[in-house]
Design a protein around this ligand. Structure first.
Ligand code: GDP
Length: 296
């Protein structure tokens, strides 16, 4: 599970704080220095760390905390609350179209887990009473279309394909019509990934966006890639505009920096996390739960 090392370090810092009956300003400063190091080692964005530590310090140094009966506990609570707010506050849900037919555009770099996540999301939606359909829009790699078809079979969701078509926006438009006609209520559009953000990819995604006007554009990023994931989110958001992030591979030993930085850096929330390779390994992201997991 991600965050293990960060979690160990923070718990170590707080154990020391809790052990003291009285806290001085110097104790808080020492603790915050350690928190800062732990966050930097977890690969959290530098500015995010600076702001985080400054906010915790300011709140902790008030007399209501230092003169309370359990100052250590109070500081831990402040850190907890700041972590929750760092990760986006209350959890941000997927928004469905009020008209009853929702279009989700899935974007992301190659290898992040985009196609697998399309299947997981379809599975999740089905379990929540929706009738999803998948659409394969990768015109470069026939293997990617094959992969989505396998994914669709696994979660028992139909996959729309147009293998001979070279225009993803046309494929997506046809899928949209087909899905509505056949009574589905969510269309999940899988798109081509690249090794890095390039103009051709962005142009293509912008065309698809214009053609199908998705209710949500979800960017899939890999937690294991740390700040590269955050940079990808910034890049996709600036050119295409995204509504949220799905962070995969949170079951691995990611240091956690991406998950802790992305909302603050891009302003866009994490909506789901991937917790494994299986199709049921997708969870809505709850900042409160994640903060409790980190602080133990
Ligand atoms: P794409 O190129 O972005 O479409 O990536 P794929 O969907 O093909 O996934 C790449 C690899 O990541 C596959 O081996 C997936 O099983 C794996 N993967 C995807 N999501 C997760 C996750 O949440 N946890 C783990 N451990 N592996 C994942």
């Amino acid at each position: 599970m991600a965050f293990e090392s960060l979690s160990d370090k923070l718990q170590g810092v707080f154990k020391k704080l809790k052990g003291k009956g009285v806290l001085t300003e110097a104790d808080i400063n020492d603790a915050m220095r350690e928190v800062k190091l732990a966050l930097l080692e977890a690969d959290v964005n530098f500015k995010v760390v600076k702001d985080f530590v400054a906010a915790v310090k300011e709140k902790s140094l008030g007399s209501d905390v230092l003169e309370s009966l359990t100052p250590g506990q109070q500081v831990i609570k402040i850190v907890n609350d700041e972590l929750v707010s760092l990760m986006g506050g209350a959890n941000s849900k997927l928004t469905y179209s009020p008209r009853g037919f929702t279009v989700l555009l899935m974007v992301g770099l190659q290898g992040t887990g985009k196609t697998t996540t399309c299947g997981k999301l379809a599975n999740y939606l089905k379990k929540n009473g929706k009738k999803p359909m998948l659409c394969a829009c990768d015109i470069y790699r026939p293997a990617a279309i094959d992969q989505l078809e396998v994914v669709g079979k696994n979660v028992d969701v139909p996959v729309f394909t147009m293998r001979e078509c070279r225009e993803p926006e046309v494929i997506a438009q046809h899928a949209l019509k087909e899905a509505e006609l056949r009574g589905y209520d969510v269309l999940i559009v899988d798109t081509a990934g690249r090794l890095q953000i390039d103009e051709a990819l962005m142009d293509e995604l912008v065309r698809v966006k214009k053609a199908i006007k998705p209710h949500e554009i979800l960017l899939v990023v890999d937690a294991m890639t740390g700040q590269d994931a955050v940079n990808a989110a910034t890049g996709f958001d600036e050119t295409l505009g995204i509504d949220g992030v799905i962070m995969t591979k949170m079951d691995g030993d990611a240091r956690g920096g991406a998950a802790l930085s992305v909302k603050q850096v891009t302003g866009k929330p994490i909506k789901f996390i991937g917790m494994g390779e299986k199709f049921d390994a997708l969870e809505p992201f709850h900042p409160e739960r994640m903060a409790s997991r980190i602080l133990g």
